[in-house]
Design a protein around this ligand. Structure first.
Ligand SMILES: [Zn+2]
Length: 230
């Protein structure tokens, strides 16, 4: 496999020649890097013409990635940055039969992921999510106590899930569900989401009345919300 960088009509591309039949072009987050995979037999001219023909599409896609701040998907590889309760750690994969869970070295800011280097991303993600779930399980009880006292409402139960939203509250059975990724954020974010969901036990929608409740029970909520979604 040969890798080279080329500039075609002001577009910088990374060209990879491989033993493949067709040419592929990909635009990668977070910076809109252009990657072209081409068959070994294809001429430089064919590749240049191909990229030229796709120029409008490339620029459009790059603009979209930058403007929408699209992130590169996590690979859970060595050196990648990961977070726990708002603190940044460098991920390090370890092959170990005795260690089953993620380990944290606070002094070195290292997060150890016990899985072989050749493991799939799905498997790595699963171990990490189990770790975040366990962290949430430990953190929730005191936060729930504190926030229930502030709001004056109690849920029937609190569930932890890997989901799209940060939290959810089912009005009819008073069940609160929290996103396990809250364990990546500053602890104040968990408190904020808990208060938000508890307020839904008083007010179902996000109208004026709801915002007034949030202003009362969590005066800094707008600031925290911004931090949470960064
Ligand atoms: Zn809500």
């Amino acid at each position: 496999m040969k890798k080279e960088t080329k500039i075609i009509e002001d577009i910088t591309i990374t060209l990879e020649r491989k033993n493949i039949k067709n040419m592929y072009l990909r635009i990668l987050p977070p910076y809109g890097e252009v990657k072209v995979s081409a068959p070994l037999f294809l001429s430089d001219e064919d590749i240049t013409n191909f990229v030229k023909s796709k120029k409008d599409w490339i620029l459009k896609k790059q603009k979209y990635i930058i403007e929408n701040d699209i992130k590169a998907p996590l690979k859970y590889s060595n050196g990648e940055k990961h977070y726990l309760w708002g603190k940044e750690y460098t991920l390090q994969l370890i092959s170990n039969d005795t260690i089953k869970n993620v380990l944290i070295d606070d002094e070195k800011s290292v997060m150890y992921l016990p899985i072989p280097k050749r493991s799939t991303i799905e498997k790595r993600e699963k171990i990490m999510n189990e770790f975040y779930r366990a962290e949430m399980k430990k953190a929730i009880p005191p936060v729930l106590d504190k926030c229930s006292q502030i709001v004056g409402k109690k849920p029937s139960e609190v569930k932890i899930r890997n989901m799209k939203n940060w939290g959810n509250c089912r009005y009819h059975d008073k069940r609160i569900t929290l996103n396990l990724k809250l364990a990546k954020k500053d602890p104040i974010c968990l408190e904020y989401v808990m208060i938000h969901e508890l307020c839904h036990l008083i007010e179902f929608n996000h109208g004026k009345k709801f915002k007034k409740l949030m202003d009362t029970y969590c005066p800094n909520w707008k600031k925290i919300k911004k931090m949470l979604n960064e």
